[in-house]
Design a protein around this ligand. Structure first.
Ligand code: SF4
Length: 124
């Protein structure tokens, strides 16, 4: 039945979408229980403010809610260079912040998820 196709294709869509949703939900559940190799506090994520565009991939990926994305004042980001300042302004000041660094388990999900390559892990 999954591989069947009616002339209009309607049946395929109604069968496939719930299955795709369930598959996605299962994948997200696996993600939430990712097997991190390190105890909390061994690594600390570092955000390069000149790269961060506040896209929230880190917030979505981190199983330990280490990050928050919020509007940050220019004075909070003294390391911004000219291009970083321009990006900060264009994105309405939205940037990620490491809120719960002590909860980081060093899994690296945020590093691979960030589309700007803005996150690195440092030993605490
Ligand atoms: S490495 Fe990144 S995603 Fe993993 S726990 Fe630390 S902050 Fe969260």
């Amino acid at each position: 039945m999954l591989h069947g196709r009616t002339p209009s294709g309607v049946r395929f869509v109604f069968v496939a979408w719930p299955l795709a949703f369930l598959w996605h939900a299962a994948a997200m559940d696996d993600h939430a229980t990712v097997d991190c190799k390190h105890p909390a506090g061994r690594f600390v994520p570092q955000i390069d403010p000149n790269r961060c565009e506040g896209k929230s991939a880190c917030v979505a990926e981190c199983p330990y809610d280490v990050f928050v994305v919020r509007r940050r004042e220019r004075a909070e980001l003294p390391g911004l260079n000219l291009l970083g300042t321009l990006k900060w302004w264009v994105h309405g000041g939205q940037q990620a912040e490491v809120l719960r660094a002590d909860q980081c388990h060093g899994c690296g999900l945020c590093v691979s998820a960030c589309p700007e390559g803005a996150i690195t892990l440092k030993k605490a």
